[in-house]
Design a protein around this ligand. Structure first.
Ligand SMILES: Cc1cc2nc3c(=O)[nH]c(=O)nc-3n(C[C@H](O)[C@H](O)[C@H](O)COP(=O)(O)OP(=O)(O)OC[C@H]3O[C@@H](n4cnc5c(N)ncnc54)[C@H](O)[C@@H]3O)c2cc1C
Length: 427
């Protein structure tokens, strides 16, 4: 068991303040500044020493964020790199890969995307058919991925591909870090029903991956993928966290430009979470705050949101004590879906038919309409509600596993994407 941490947060804050006095210079480039943060271990205080961290509890990260904000300094980048790639690499990759990827991910020199889903493998991710074949000192990859957020400006992808077709479906998968800027990788944007284009299709046609870019062991990619998925379930919404400065120096200017690009695909994420923060304000503005049914729905929503927040804090406290993310992430994700849907329903009751309008004169300049068409994404991204319920049933409640006929046979013999022809009408 991990020893409980016995340090003093006030001492840590004091030490950080001394360090910031000596090291924060607004005229540094963003990479130079983040290199200082990383080398001193303040970039990711909960990560290991030598890996941009200090081995401190996770809650120190919020102290660092506060102090950086106070002095007007930018922190580490947000997104797939910091939230999914780096934690997965720290847990599973070779020391050589950690040396190569952790530091530039923290400084923002490389950006990542997640190449998991395929047209025929979403919930049943282990049915993926993108294949990687060893060819000399490189892997050659062929296949198609889909719904890949931010793939259009990623330098590397977290790629799952099949390397052994004679193993059962979970056994023949390998996890790679694939370079995105190469001839064999084609990224095509997809437009969503809310008008944004955050996702892409990624076509892999003879794409090359260096031999050493395997994260974990060849054929053990499923276990590595589970780590990424567990982090994804807990992924908080990205937030604009840059301090304001009247005359920003170079580091802040570069961070702001970086954020404008990195946040573009996530601009609608507050709306997909349901905009609980706007519910009371809107009810008052539209004179619905005296409607007993609306009031009751709002009270239910706020209670749900508050309880979910406490659950998330309990999970964060467990993490701060060194526990890895577990199936409880599924409960948080289910709660987010329920809250988003309840908030969208209330916004619809308050706004009425006008809630469907966008553009000039629409409620909150189209924000309510965007909530209504963005909320369904919460129940899908990072594993659908039904899949989270399966996880809760099997791993928390200990109920029997979902029946499956394809778990133990070589993947080569599993029927894939087979469409049954309609029965011929007898004359
Ligand atoms: C906002 C967003 C961002 C995303 N970003 C990425 C990304 O960056 N990278 C990436 O690789 N993917 C990404 N995805 C894809 C996402 O992971 C998949 O959409 C998701 O896993 C569901 O897969 P699917 O769309 O193929 O649906 P399917 O798996 O085809 O599911 C269809 C329906 O069947 C239900 N169903 C399926 N299996 C079961 C079962 N066993 N029991 C009960 N019901 C079941 C599902 O719950 C769902 O309702 C993103 C999706 C969204 C919405």
């Amino acid at each position: 068991m991990t020893e409980p941490w016995s340090g003093d947060l006030a001492d840590i804050r004091a030490e950080l303040r001394v360090w910031l006095d000596a090291n924060w210079e607004p005229t540094l480039s963003l990479v130079e500044w983040r290199t200082r943060l990383a080398d001193a271990g303040w970039a990711c205080p909960a990560w290991p020493v030598q890996r941009c961290g200090r081995g401190l509890p996770q809650l120190v990260a919020s102290i660092v964020a506060d102090e950086l904000f106070r002095v007007g300094a930018p922190g580490v980048p947000d997104g797939v790199g910091m939230h999914l790639a780096a934690p997965t690499i720290l847990e599973h990759a070779s020391e050589e890969l950690k040396d190569r990827f952790i530091h530039p991910t923290v400084t923002g020199e490389i950006a990542w995307c997640q190449l998991f889903s395929e047209p025929g493998a979403g919930s049943d991710l282990a049915s993926l058919t993108t294949k990687a074949v060893l060819d000399g000192d490189e892997w050659t990859v062929d296949g198609q991925k889909v719904w890949n957020t931010s793939a259009h400006h990623a330098d590397f992808g977290l790629l799952l591909a099949r390397t052994d077709w004679d193993e059962p479906k979970h056994g023949g998968i390998t996890y790679f870090a694939i370079p995105m800027h190469q001839a064999g990788v084609e990224v095509r944007p997809l437009r969503q029903m809310n008008g944004h284009a955050s996702f892409n299709e990624v076509f892999l046609d003879g794409a090359r991956v260096p031999l050493t870019n395997v994260i974990g062991q060849v054929g053990s990619g499923w276990a590595v993928a589970l780590t990424t998925l567990a982090y994804e379930r807990r992924l908080a919404s990205l937030r604009a966290n840059l301090p304001r400065a009247e005359r920003p120096g170079r580091a802040l200017r570069e961070a702001s430009a970086e954020q404008a690009v990195a946040f573009e695909p996530y601009k609608w994420y507050p709306q997909r979470a349901g905009r609980v923060d706007l519910v009371v304000e809107q009810a008052v503005a539209m004179g619905k705050n005296r409607d007993p049914l609306v009031r009751q729905e709002i009270a239910h929503l706020i209670a749900l949101a508050r309880v979910a927040e406490w659950t998330a804090r309990r999970a964060a406290a467990a993490r701060a004590r060194g526990r890895p993310p577990g199936p409880e992430g599924s409960l948080g994700k289910l709660a987010s879906s329920a809250i988003a849907r309840a908030a969208a329903d209330i916004h619809a009751s308050i706004a009425g038919a006008a809630g469907m309008l966008t553009g000039v004169d629409s409620p909150l300049d189209g924000t309510i309409a965007e909530v209504l068409v963005s909320v369904p994404a919460v129940s899908i991204a990072g594993g659908t509600d039904e899949i989270q319920r399966n996880i809760v049933a099997e791993r928390i409640l200990g109920l029997p596993k979902e029946p499956a006929v394809d778990r133990d046979v070589p993947f080569r013999h599993v029927l894939k994407n087979v469409r049954r022809e309609p029965a011929r009408q007898e004359a």
